[in-house]
Design a binder for this molecule. Structure first.
Ligand code: GTP
Ligand code: MG
Length: 134
């Protein structure tokens, strides 16, 4: 069994789809092992997205992710990382398949509702950053 960090980003909280995202995670058979509503400090956001620090949209990304409360969770199950990325759909919501979270609820790449860790290395790093106690 494997763990991944999932975020319902501030746009997802504003849109009122937190329950919908949690419901899809649970229906898939994945388990919640930690969950919290919180507003990220700038340093936490910069650390979370450090791989994108040289990208032109980095400032916008950090403003967005710190711009309101988000829901952070640790999700567990067999191949949880890939399983959640599959539920989330492609990064660009217009390309994301309908039936996925991004495919069903988003239109803009900068406001794509959810985050899921993309590797065992980033899952471990991100879970430590958000839930050092888990
Ligand atoms: P995350 O799960 O959020 O990490 O998304 P991802 O792994 O599918 O995509 P990636 O890590 O490559 O990019 C991180 C986030 O940066 C994306 O989810 C987008 O919200 C945002 N992003 C990526 N490309 C762009 C862009 O061109 N413009 C803006 N504004 N945001 C972008
Ligand atoms: Mg990513």
């Amino acid at each position: 069994s494997e763990r991944t960090l999932v975020l319902v980003k501030p746009d997802g909280v504003r849109r009122g789809v937190v329950g919908e995202v949690i419901s899809r995670i649970e229906r898939k058979g994945l388990k919640l092992v930690a969950l919290e509503l919180r507003t990220l400090a700038r340093e936490t956001a910069e650390a979370h997205y450090e791989e994108h620090s040289s990208k032109p949209f980095f400032g916008e990304l950090v403003d967005f992710i710190t711009g309101g409360p988000l829901v952070a969770m640790v999700v567990e199950g067999p191949r949880a990382i890939e399983a959640f990325r599959s539920l989330a759909g492609a990064t660009d919501p217009v390309s994301a398949t309908p039936g996925t979270i991004r495919g069903d609820f988003a239109l803009e790449i900068g406001e794509n509702i959810v985050h899921g860790s993309d590797s065992t290395y980033s899952a471990e790093r991100e879970i430590k950053l958000f839930f050092p106690e888990v």
